[in-house]
Design a protein around this ligand. Structure first.
Ligand SMILES: *Cc1c(COP(=O)(O)O)cnc(C)c1O
Length: 378
């Protein structure tokens, strides 16, 4: 097992509480899907999916076929539904079928291939409403509405679209996308509708439809930019101090000698770096916490190490080798690290590297539990 240089602590009780909060918010007629792409935003698809399953989640979204296969590997063969946002990968029809996976059909070509390869097997139809990445484009939607035969008999378990700007409340594009989604989905009576990610979900009941798809907020991230974060924090990150060094006025630290100490003091060398997803843009920006002290990052973030200025800490309180300094926790939020790094919380979470020891914490140790979901329909 070794010794952790850095520890990523994942609070599964907080995750469960966030999921339950969504269920309460959207009410019993709307389902809350679990977005577990990118290894559940870096937090571990397996433990995360197990908690969500216990909480009643019966639809999971992943990005790629590989992620879907890994997820299916530790779930029951047919339940819950696993949908692949990347669509029906060319030549992979049989793998979806054999593993009980549902493609999100992003083009009429994919609809056709699925209808032929998997007659009678459900899929999700994705119509684009302005994002212009994936999903049937305007022309394809017109063709489909003119000729429902183009559905090739595929039973739709849902119709979905995705917002471009929902995290900026009042952005005019959001209303337009919602209107377009309502127009199109009206042609599919009885098919479940899904539009909102985390941000959309918080825009109110008119945005919930039948299935919501929260990701970042599930993992404790703020759903709406510039608004207070109503979610329970799920993620904690700390890293080990390897050395405490005495530094003299005029000395420099790290590559490029990018920081020069203005007075004598101490500097702590911490065991994480850009190879762990601790972004190099944090060089000379941001901070870590030791006890109640805020320690500025000085010099460049290197591959495996970061240096902190310990000026201002009384000698008796200085960190020692083996102590862990806080990066994300009660003193510093995920949002604040992301903002110092000049990026978004999504990138910080999904970039967290393989060297971190991931520690999943729960009152009930969900990893060891064998369970069947209450709403299982085998
Ligand atoms: C990633 C993703 C989500 C979740 O988005 P968040 O902003 O993390 O809530 C929902 N829907 C689709 C199609 C996605 O790709």
């Amino acid at each position: 097992m070794g010794v952790p240089s850095a520890r990523l602590m994942i609070d599964l009780d907080a995750l469960r509480a966030n999921y339950t909060r969504f269920q309460t918010l959207v009410g019993p007629r709307c389902a809350v899907a679990g977005i577990v792409k990118a290894d559940a935003y870096g937090l571990g698809a397996e433990p995360v999916a197990r908690v969500l399953l216990q909480a009643g989640c019966d639809l999971f979204f992943v990005a790629t076929l590989d992620e879907a296969l890994a997820l299916r590997g530790f779930l029951a063969p047919e339940y819950p539904e696993i949908a692949v946002l990347g669509g029906l990968y060319v030549g992979a029809e049989k793998e979806y079928l054999a593993n009980g996976l549902a493609p999100v059909l992003n083009t009429l070509g994919e609809v056709f291939r699925w209808g032929r390869a998997a007659p009678g097997r459900p899929a999700i139809l994705h119509v684009d409403t302005g994002m212009n990445r994936l999903g049937l484009d305007g022309d394809e939607v017109v063709r489909l509405l003119d000729d429902p035969g183009l559905l090739c008999g595929v039973p739709l378990s849902a119709i979905m679209s995705h917002f471009a700007c929902a995290d900026e409340p009042d952005h005019p594009m959001t209303l337009g996308q919602k209107a377009r989604f309502m127009d199109i989905s009206a042609y599919f009576p009885g098919v479940k509708r899904s539009l909102s990610n985390s941000a959309g979900l918080f825009l109110g009941p008119a945005y919930h439809f039948d299935i919501v798809r929260p990701g970042i907020a599930l993992y404790g991230g703020a759903p709406l930019a510039g608004r207070p974060n109503p979610m329970h924090p799920v993620v904690g990150l700390d890293a080990q101090v390897l050395q405490l060094r005495r530094v003299r006025k005029g000395e420099t630290v790290g590559y490029g000698a990018a920081h020069c100490f203005e007075k004598d003091g101490f500097c702590a060398t911490v065991a994480l770096g850009y190879a762990d997803g601790f972004l190099r843009s944090l060089s000379g920006r941001g901070r870590m916490f030791w006890k109640q002290y805020s320690l500025p990052i000085v010099g460049r973030v290197s591959m495996d190490l970061v240096t902190l200025d310990c000026a201002g800490i009384p000698d008796v309180d200085l960190p020692c080798p083996g102590d862990f300094v806080e990066i994300i926790g009660k003193n510093q939020s995920l949002e604040s690290v992301a903002s110092d790094a000049g990026t978004i919380p999504y990138e910080i979470l999904t970039g967290m590297g393989a060297r971190y020891h991931r520690v999943w914490r729960a009152q009930r140790d969900v990893r060891d539990e064998k369970f069947l979901p209450e709403r299982a329909k085998f």
